[in-house]
Design a protein. Structure first.
Length: 581
């Protein structure tokens, strides 16, 4: 008998740690002849099927059909629920005797309503799924190979009613729901990666804690305030496995990794001491909880060893109070600046548009404050109104309108019109191209002086994109330089153009030895003899070097053998006409 755990991920490089954890927990060695949850699996086999939202739905349906599972459990999130339900409706037609279960945050808070809408679904596993799934398998096991016969379905439904954390249909179709089970001891969960087969080209996710001590009104993690930690010695053993196998990136999915300062220090110290020179660790943190000791440790780390995601969300004090976000903004700014000075850590700072008391002007101020912190990435997100969150409960009070379909993204609020949201959507795209790509760093620095503030700069560039109908198609990297230059020409005086042209060329070659040159690039044929004399190794090194004479007279050599491990930028050396650095 076969139970298939199906995950539909956003991208191929992603994996779904949830389904792997369900399978691993259900298959743990039994203690004293019994699994800790009472589950045994003789006669049952658990499989995992991972797909992406880029797969054709027919392909997913065909793969599940060919596996011929007796039961299927789908992992449900806001980004995949529409795909899941579409597959479920068709799956029931081609495998009418297969039991269909759902689980995950997108179905845990309106289970009864969803079951009423989706007759093909037998039941829903709510909240933490490991023990719920193990007990569900135990109920199937007790029925044995005859679990599908009408005679046994009644006893099966009776067993289900004794499992905490389930919503399912009774024999007569009545929907019954049991309370959520008590939270789990994370140290009792098995390690998911005894083998890395199948993860060679994917992000490896790791969980060392669950829950969150904060109460942000837009986040489901705020519902589970019982923060639980995996034993730190166990964490070290498991991190050693990743380091030994030289995994490229391990992404911690802890909601606030450093909510326990001492524990975070212990794990960061272990990572720093056992650095293999390759593995990168990603953490979501509260930067205002960092103290001088933590910053000193971070400052000693190899460039690229860790990267930090920091949720600022807003700098408006009234907004922060209303969303119940506890944050010392000045402390956060100080910590981010200290990390930036070290030059060894990629920092990703987040803002959310659509929060209460945040209008267009207020969001612009928040943007400018975060931009001034100079993060490597500045993410403009848009509020998702999640079922089960306090924000969902307050929608009427905030005049909060959001999309009917997942991901339930904000359309307008009492403070922000739909037109404002559309303007911010355009700015988000331009920021992604010109700031977050890190391909225009020198040019943007020069352009900032031309505008009253950075938000206005990106706002004006967004207007240009829309006026020229540039948002309607994708552009090559070189085309983006041409577009930016055309816009700059209309914005600045002719006396500044040579300086900005030099900055654009510098940015272009800093990242790669571009095969084609933009239309505004100065003709280098005039300097062939000078370059040949000053950079004699250029002929031998080929594409590994690029030499450029700028309009200000500088000769710079871009060395792609000496790329910065954090930014990926080439090493740059200034040479005189005699070849001296």
């Amino acid at each position: 008998m076969k139970f298939l755990l199906a995950a539909i991920n956003a991208k191929y490089i992603h994996s779904n740690p949830g389904v792997y954890s369900l399978k691993a927990y259900a298959e743990m060695p039994r203690q004293g002849g019994r699994h800790p949850s009472g589950c045994g699996l003789p006669g049952w086999h658990v499989e995992i099927g991972e797909y992406t939202i880029n797969n054709q739905m027919e392909q997913i349906l065909e793969d599940i059909f060919r596996r011929q599972p007796d039961a299927v459990g789908f992992s449900c999130y806001i980004w995949n629920i529409s795909y899941v339900l579409g597959i479920v409706r068709d799956l029931h037609k081609v495998l009418p005797d297969t039991d269909i279960w759902l689980g995950g945050p997108e179905v845990s808070f309106d289970a009864q309503e969803l079951l009423k809408r989706e007759p093909a679904v037998l039941g829903i596993m709510k909240g933490e799924g490991e023990e719920v799934f193990a007990r569900l398998l135990s109920a199937y096991e007790h029925l044995g190979s005859s679990f599908k016969t009408a005679k046994n379905r009644g006893s099966f439904r009776a067993e289900l009613s004794a499992i905490s954390g389930l919503a399912c249909r009774d024999g007569d179709g009545t929907i019954k729901e049991t309370p959520l089970k008590p939270v789990m001891d994370l140290s009792g969960l098995p390690f998911l990666y005894d083998s890395l087969e199948g993860f060679e080209h994917r992000i490896v996710y790791y969980e060392s804690s669950r829950g969150c001590p904060f109460s942000c009104s837009y986040c489901l993690s705020s519902i589970d305030k019982s923060v639980r930690f995996r034993d730190v010695e166990l964490v070290k053993e498991e991190l050693a496995f990743f380091l030994k196998h030289r995994v490229p990136q391990v992404k911690f999915i802890d909601r606030t990794f450093n909510c326990s300062r001492g524990r975070a220090m212990e794990i960061w110290s272990y990572i720093q001491e056992h650095d293999n020179g390759i593995t990168n660790f990603h953490f979501e943190i509260a930067a205002d909880l960092l103290n001088q000791e933590a910053l000193a440790l971070i400052g000693r780390m190899r460039p690229g060893l860790i990267q930090l995601e920091i949720g600022v969300q807003s700098t408006n004090p009234e907004t922060l109070r209303e969303i119940r976000r506890t944050m010392d903004l000045e402390q956060l700014k100080w910590a981010v600046a200290e990390i930036r000075r070290g030059g060894n850590v990629h920092q990703h700072l987040d803002l959310i548009a659509g929060l209460p008391y945040e209008d267009y002007e207020s969001f612009a101020r928040s943007f400018n404050e975060v931009y001034a912190m100079q993060p490597e990435q500045l993410q403009l997100g848009f509020l998702k109104v999640l079922k089960g969150s306090f924000m969902h409960d307050m929608a009427a009070a905030y005049q909060l309108k959001y999309r009917t379909q997942p991901p339930y993204e904000v359309l307008s609020t009492r403070w922000l019109s739909y037109g404002d949201v559309l303007k911010l959507k355009g700015i988000e795209q331009v920021v992604e191209v010109y700031y977050n790509s890190r391909q225009f760093t020198r040019t943007l620095k020069l352009l900032e002086a031309e505008f009253s503030d950075p938000f206005t700069m990106f706002e004006k560039l967004t207007d240009y994109y829309q006026e020229q109908h540039l948002t309607e198609r994708s552009h090559s990297r070189l085309a983006r330089y041409e577009i930016l230059y055309a816009w700059i020409k209309a914005q600045t005086g002719k006396d500044r153009l040579p300086e900005i042209e030099d900055a654009l060329i510098y940015d272009l070659y800093l990242r790669e030895n571009a095969k084609s040159r933009p239309s505004f690039a100065p003709d280098q044929s005039l300097y062939k003899a000078m370059i040949r004399k000053a950079v004699p190794e250029l002929r031998l090194m080929g594409t590994q070097l690029h030499a450029e004479v700028f309009q200000n007279g500088e000769l710079l050599v871009f060395d792609y053998r000496r790329k910065d491990p954090l930014t990926g930028n080439a090493g740059v050396v200034r040479r005189d006409q005699d070849g001296k650095a």
